[in-house]
Design a protein around this ligand. Structure first.
Ligand code: COA
Length: 330
C-alpha cells in the first residue's frame, strides 16, 4: 500500500469580501434566505487578479512551508474550470511564475472533484517511484462564470486558490473516482466560441444543455444537484473504503467539498456520522469549486484540526457529474 504525505499546504483568499447583503445589488434576496439554505454569509472575489496569480500565490506559500525549492517539484497539476487561457495550461503559467520550469505541468477539469482527482493522479506517479514531489494547485475564479442575475445560483460561488506539496509515504491510502455524464445537464457552463469563417454557429450538446442557456456562465438545476450531492458524498467515501477492511467510523476527520452546509449535514446523517467529524468553512468561503477542499484542508492543517496520526477523508462532487474520495492516514 503506497500512500502519500502532504508535506505542506498554502492558500490564497482574494481580498474582496462579498456579503449576502452585497448581492442585493444584483438580485432580489436577503441574508436570512441565503444563510438558512446554504450556510454561506460571505465569499471572496478577485478584483482583477488572474486565476494563475492566485494559484501561484498559494503554491509559493505551500513550497515555503514545505521548505522546498521550486526546482525540486517533479510535476505540477492544476485543477480549474476558470483558467485564464485556452492554452497554455494554468499549470504552465503557475510553474513559470514560481520558478518550477522543465517538469511536466498540466490542468485537469473535473469541477468540484478536481483536487481529489489530482491528488489521486499524483499518488499514482509517486507510487511508481517516477517522481518524488508533486505540486497540486487548485485555483478558481467562479465569479467570471457566475450569472449574477440568477438568484438561485449566484449566491453560492466564490473565488480562491490552494495548493498542496505531496510526496510518497508507506501509510494507508485508498481512493475512488467516478463520473456520470448523463447528469451533465444539471450543472454546466457553455464555452464561449467566436464566429467562424467557414461554419455556422457552434453546436453544443443540445439535448443536454438548453439552446437558450446563456454562453459562458453557470447554469444549474439546484434541486437535482442537491439530490445528487447528498448521495455522492456518502457514495464516494464508502466506495473508497470498499475492500480496505476499514469502516467509516475509522475516519477521524473528513474535509468535504464546501458546496452547501445542508448537503454536508444530510450526508453526515446518511453516513451515521456526527457533524464534528466534518471540517466546514463554507460560511466565509462559499463554493470555490475545485479550490474548496484544499482551502478547507489548509485551514484545517493550520488550525491543527488535521494533524499527523489521523485517518483523513477527502470528498468532492460536482459538475460532470463527478465524484471522488480519498481515505488516507496522515
Ligand atoms: N433569495 C431569495 N429567494 C430565492 C433565492 C434567493 N437567492 N433563490 C431562490 N429563491 C426563491 C425561489 O424563487 C423560490 O420562490 P417561490 O417558491 O416563490 O417560487 C423559493 O426561493 C425556493 O426556490 P428553490 O430554487 O426551490 O430553492 P431551494 O430550496 O431548492 O434552494 C439552492 C436553492 C440552490 C440553495 C438548493 O437547490 C441547493 O443548494 N442546491 C445545490 C446547489 C449546489 O450545491 N451546487 C454546487 C454543487 S458542486
Amino acid at each position: 500500500m503506497s500512500g502519500i504525505k502532504i508535506l505542506a499546504t498554502g492558500s490564497c483568499k482574494p481580498a474582496l469580501t462579498i456579503t449576502n447583503d452585497d448581492l442585493k445589488k444584483c438580485i432580489d434576496t436577503n441574508d436570512e434566505w441565503i444563510h438558512s439554505r446554504t450556510g454561506i454569509s460571505t465569499r471572496r472575489m478577485t478584483n482583477g487578479e488572474p486565476t494563475w496569480y492566485i494559484g501561484a500565490a498559494a503554491a509559493k506559500q505551500a513550497l515555503e512551508r514545505a521548505k522546498l525549492s521550486p526546482e525540486k517539484i517533479d510535476m505540477i497539476i492544476c485543477t480549474t474550470i476558470t483558467g485564464d487561457y485556452f492554452t497554455p495550461s494554468c499549470a504552465a503559467v503557475i510553474g513559470r511564475e514560481i520558478g518550477a520550469v522543465g517538469c511536466p505541468a498540466f490542468d485537469i477539469s473535473a469541477a468540484c472533484s478536481g483536487f481529489v482527482y489530482a491528488l489521486d493522479i499524483a499518488q499514482k506517479y509517486l507510487a511508481s517511484g517516477a517522481m518524488k514531489n508533486v505540486l497540486v494547485v487548485s485555483a478558481e475564479r467562479l465569479s467570471t462564470i457566475t450569472n449574477f442575475t440568477d438568484r438561485s445560483s449566484c449566491i453560492l460561488f466564490g473565488d480562491g486558490a490552494a495548493a498542496a506539496v505531496v510526496t510518497s509515504s508507506d501509510k494507508f491510502y485508498s481512493s475512488y473516482m467516478g463520473c456520470d455524464g448523463t447528469g451533465m445537464k444539471y450543472l454546466y457552463a457553455k464555452a464561449d466560441h467566436r464566429d467562424h469563417p467557414f461554419t455556422d454557429s457552434p453546436v453544443y450538446y443540445d439535448d443536454q444543455t438548453s439552446p437558450d442557456a446563456p454562453v459562458g456562465v453557470l447554469v444549474q438545476d439546484g434541486k437535482e444537484v442537491y439530490k445528487f450531492a447528498t448521495k455522492a458524498l456518502p457514495h464516494a467515501l464508502m466506495s473508497a473504503l470498499e475492500g480496505t477492511g476499514r469502516t467509516v467510523d475509522d475516519i477521524d476527520i473528513i474535509v468535504p467539498h464546501q458546496a452547501n452546509i445542508r448537503i454536508i449535514e444530510t450526508a453526515a446523517k446518511n453516513l451515521g456520522l456526527p457533524m464534528e467529524k466534518f471540517f466546514v468553512n463554507i460560511e466565509h468561503s462559499g463554493n470555490t469549486s475545485s479550490a474548496s477542499i484544499p482551502i478547507a484542508l489548509d485551514e484545517a492543517m493550520i488550525s491543527g484540526a488535521v494533524h499527523e496520526g489521523q485517518t483523513l477523508g477527502l470528498c468532492g462532487f460536482g459538475a460532470g457529474l463527478t465524484q471522488a474520495a480519498i481515505i488516507m492516514d496522515t
